[in-house]
Design a protein. Structure first.
Length: 458
């Protein structure tokens, strides 16, 4: 090859021409996304405020032989918790009406249950609800297939609860609130009522897991769809039997937890703190618009369902739920949540997530491993090893903060430098919460095309 100045100039000119052509072609062709960006999936967010609004809790205002008698302190703890929906009994006498009105004044509304009673008329229900001022839904009688509810339980109880539905529906219509159907404990009860869809706005589920993790596949025999008793899917299947097409609410779910569990079905307090918040997200992911936790407090020293102990001290589950609500609360759910390009790389089939959006346009991504942390039969802890998960986001999104929930319900908050769009996190069975920020999309810069008469660089 000649090394003369002329040849070098020709070679330089050729290189310049080649560079210019490549530059022109690049300017005219769309920018191709990276392999990571190509693999992103559009994940639909839901409003964070709507999720917070889905959380309810069971109270028993009229249990005056329990700590509920310490009404002012109980009300204060409920307000501090941040839950704005309770499930309780409709006050059919004037005794507890002031308590309900105090709920209403605090912005708390009641899904109020009605007991099976002879001669109960729609007018009586309407009068009681209007006196209470906090009623947002009427609920049919509770677990009429079990125990002595509704006049003995069993088939007789189921029949009585079903027979009340027309009157309850009439009262709900006059009050302009939804009617929630009767709750049952067995599949046979849902099958024996016949269709109740013409009366109810929501079916009613009591979802308990027998001390297992909320994502359990269940136990015992399966239903026609192959879902086993105790799983979310099993309960949702039952609601389709007697009210096809009607959405469902979970009016009871929870765990019996103690410092030192001593029998099957119970769990430690730190495991409850982990399971309970995961229950709420799994219910939300299953399309349940409201889930009531059973219950606010331990009614007596040997009970363990409360978020507060018998002495009204706070359990880790109370702390975890309060911190979750503080983290996710927002001024409004009145906006259309958008989707985000998102892919999770790594983790096994137990990896779960929920994507929420706030009204300011920011997003919150919640991650956890849906694995058991306690063997309630053998009564021993199960170690859940963390799994490495890479979070890939659209280029104009980034991870700004990581909030990790601890065993005692408290949280740690770590800022992420640079808000990267690719972020690796170690996820375990406790919630990991990623705050996502969006940056303005980079404006497309149009390069000047190379025209035929444009002078080439020398």
């Amino acid at each position: 090859m000649s090394n003369s100045p002329r040849a070098l100039r020709r070679g330089a000119a050729g290189r310049h021409l080649g560079d210019a052509l490549r530059w022109m072609i690049a300017a005219l062709l769309p920018v191709q996304p990276s392999l990571a960006q190509k693999s992103l999936h559009m994940v639909q967010a839901t409003p964070a405020a709507a999720f917070v609004d889905s959380i309810g809790i069971q109270t028993h205002i009229n249990y005056v032989d329990t700590p509920y008698a310490q009404w002012n302190r109980v009300r204060s703890e409920l307000v501090r918790l941040g839950v704005r929906h309770v499930r309780d009994a409709l006050p059919m006498s004037s005794t507890f009406v002031p308590n309900h009105r105090q709920f209403a004044a605090a912005g708390i509304r009641c899904t109020c249950g009605v007991k099976a009673a002879e001669g109960l008329t729609p007018d009586a229900i309407v009068r009681a609800a209007r006196a209470a001022t906090d009623v947002e839904a009427i609920e049919a009688p509770n677990e009429c297939d079990a125990g002595t509810n509704c006049g003995g339980g069993g088939a007789r109880g189921i029949a009585r609860a079903t027979a009340m539905l027309p009157a309850l529906a009439s009262a709900a219509h006059d009050l302009q609130v939804p009617l929630i159907g009767p709750s049952f404990t067995r599949a046979e009860a849902y099958q024996s009522t016949g269709s109740i869809a013409q009366w109810v706005a929501f079916n009613n589920l009591h979802v308990y897991f027998g001390g297992r993790n909320p994502g359990t596949d269940g136990w015992g025999a399966g239903d026609a769809e192959g879902h086993r008793y105790g799983s979310f899917d099993w309960w949702i299947d039952q609601s389709k039997v007697n009210a096809p097409g009607a959405p469902s609410l979970i009016t009871e779910t929870g765990y019996e937890a103690f410092d030192r569990p001593q029998r099957a079905g119970t769990i430690p307090l730190d495991v409850e703190a982990t399971y309970l918040v995961r229950t709420l997200f799994l219910a939300w992911n299953h399309g349940i618009p409201r889930t009531f936790i059973y219950e606010l407090l331990d009614e007596f020293p040997g009970s363990g369902y409360g978020l507060l102990r018998h002495d009204l001290s706070e359990k880790p589950a109370y702390t975890a739920l309060r911190n979750l609500i503080l983290l996710l609360r927002d001024s409004s759910a009145d906006f259309t949540a958008r989707s985000v390009g998102l892919t999770l790389v790594g983790g096994d089939s137990s990896l779960c997530h929920t994507l929420l959006q706030k009204s300011d346009g920011s997003y919150v991504l919640i991650l956890w491993l849906e694995k058991p942390g306690y063997d309630t039969v053998a009564q021993r802890k199960i170690e859940v090893p963390a799994q490495s998960v890479q979070v890939l986001l659209e280029n104009h999104f980034g991870v700004k903060h990581v909030i990790a929930f601890k065993d005692d319900g408290t949280t740690s908050d770590e800022a992420v430098t640079g808000a990267p769009s690719s972020f690796t996190i170690h996820v375990n069975d406790r919630l990991s919460v990623l705050r996502l920020v969006s940056r303005p999309k980079a404006a497309t810069t149009l390069r000047t095309p190379l025209y035929r008469n444009q002078r080439l660089p020398s």
